[in-house]
Design a protein around this ligand. Structure first.
Ligand SMILES: Nc1nc2c(c(=O)[nH]1)N[C@H]1C(S)=C(S)[C@@H](COP(=O)(O)O)O[C@H]1N2
Ligand SMILES: [Mo]
Length: 430
């Protein structure tokens, strides 16, 4: 091998040599300290294959969720993402469980894969202590992409988990951080797959190797492996068991009934009370500052858009044609629930307002503050036959916490846009 090959093209050759000659104290000892005989191309490739198949699902469902928020109305945060903007499209209202599925998969799979991601990082951790950190410009670039890959997935997982545990605790905006973090990760992921896929394929095509494996060019195999404390099968069982446990602790948040209590990773709503209104509440009427006086006899629904203003009290709304639909609420945090809602079709309200063919509708709540006191619905989300201004749920009046006197409920609409304590709706013509 010539000195040129060894030291990379266009790089100051002296630099690599100097780095080589001056390892930081103890670097080698630390690297040799990783002695597990289980490390090697086979284990890294198996874990890599699992992530290669599953992570794209997390990525795609995440990007779909972003689209579901209707960024064309400036509702998805961040609104100004310049060239990272995805083509926007009208999020469908059918099947009604679509958002329940995409959001549930995104959050659920993201959680379940944590042990696999950690095991994959563990399998390559000695490389973190390799000296010199790079031997060529190409390797510098590769290692930077690895930094973005590892940093990206840890950041996305941490912000995602924190968001469902302590929603809105951040000093920065969760969506903005998670969205930009996602693109960093996606870029690094694509680069990593392109670089490593050939090696993954050749490794897995071979017969399953002995433990410890033969020394490999990537130096994943320990130089002086210690005695095994766990078989390779045992390690995979621990990782798979960890994922299964997380799955069992997560699945309850998408199931109604007693199993919801098993959703230990769902901080709110594990104990939603009983009766027809006994299902999860993210923000109670008290927390939202809704005064009983505002929702009593004095409450009016105001409709605008067609050049006139229509005001309706609750009795008038109840006297209109009522429609009942069984629809989910699915929250960005990953939980969802199916309930039976009854109320007035939004399409009927649009006709009353004088906008029979609305392009969009802007809904505002009685709530004064808070991020979720308003939402814009697209045309299909107003005209769907099951798009409702719900007055009742499961055969009784909505409870104060579920949005009495009236709330929005629309098939496949993200929960955050199912505005509670609705005060007015403004319909817009095309
Ligand atoms: N006015 C108002 N409506 C709101 C919210 C809110 O904070 N304020 N939260 C939204 C969110 S994030 C969700 S997931 C659903 C939850 O509905 P529920 O509390 O009836 O289960 O209500 C939505 N409607
Ligand atoms: Mo939500």
């Amino acid at each position: 091998m010539s000195a040129r090959d060894d030291h990379g093209y266009g790089a100051p050759r002296g630099l690599w040599r100097e780095l080589d000659r001056h390892p930081p104290p103890g670097a080698d000892a630390v690297r040799r300290g990783w002695r597990s005989p289980l490390r090697g191309p086979w284990l890294t490739s198996v874990l890599g294959l699992v992530l290669l198949v599953t992570l794209p699902l997390v990525i795609i469902t995440g990007l779909l969720d972003y689209a579901a928020y209707g960024p064309q109305f400036g509702q998805a945060f961040p609104t100004h993402v310049s060239w990272l903007r995805l083509p926007t499209f009208d999020w469908p209202t059918r099947p009604s469980w679509l958002f329940r599925l995409t959001q549930g998969l995104h959050v659920g799979l993201g959680i379940v894969l944590i042990p696999v991601v950690l095991a994959k990082l563990w399998s390559v951790i000695p490389k973190l202590f390799e000296w010199p950190p790079a031997r060529s410009v190409a390797q510098v670039l590769e290692r930077i992409s690895l930094l973005l890959l590892v940093g990206g997935i840890l950041f996305e997982t941490a912000t995602g988990v924190l968001n469902i545990q302590y929603a809105y605790l951040f000093g920065f905006d969760f969506y903005t951080a998670h969205y930009f973090g996602a693109w960093v990760f996606i870029g690094a992921f694509v680069a990593h797959v392109a670089l490593k896929l050939p090696r993954l394929v050749t490794t897995l095509r071979k017969r399953r190797p002995a433990v410890p494996e033969q020394p490999d060019p990537d130096r994943l195999v320990a130089e002086r492996p210690g005695p095994p404390t766990l078989s390779r099968r045992g390690l995979l069982a621990v990782v798979g068991g960890g994922s299964l446990l997380l799955a069992l602790l997560t699945i309850g948040q998408s199931l109604d009934g007693p199993l919801r209590r098993t959703a230990l990773l769902l901080p709110r709503g594990r104990n939603p009370g009983s009766g027809p209104n006994g299902f999860q509440v993210n923000r109670s009427a008290t927390a939202a500052g809704i005064q009983p006086a505002e929702t009593g006899q004095a409450w009016r629904l105001t409709l605008t858009g067609g050049g006139r203003t229509v005001q309706l009290d609750r009795a008038t709304l109840l006297a209109m044609t009522q429609h009942t639909a069984r629809l989910p609420i699915a929250c960005v945090e990953g939980w969802s629930t199916m309930q039976t809602w009854t109320g007035v079709r939004l399409a009927d309200l649009a006709v009353l307002a004088g906008v029979p063919d609305p392009a969009s509708a802007h809904v505002r709540s009685l709530e004064q503050g808070g991020l979720f006191r308003q939402a814009t619905l697209q045309s299909n989300q107003v005209t769907d036959r099951d798009a409702l201004l719900a007055l009742r749920v499961n055969g009784v009046d909505l409870s104060a916490d579920h949005g009495f006197p009236a709330r929005i409920i629309v098939p496949a609409l993200p929960g955050v846009h199912c505005t509670k304590w609705v005060a007015d709706i403004e319909f817009h013509d095309a």
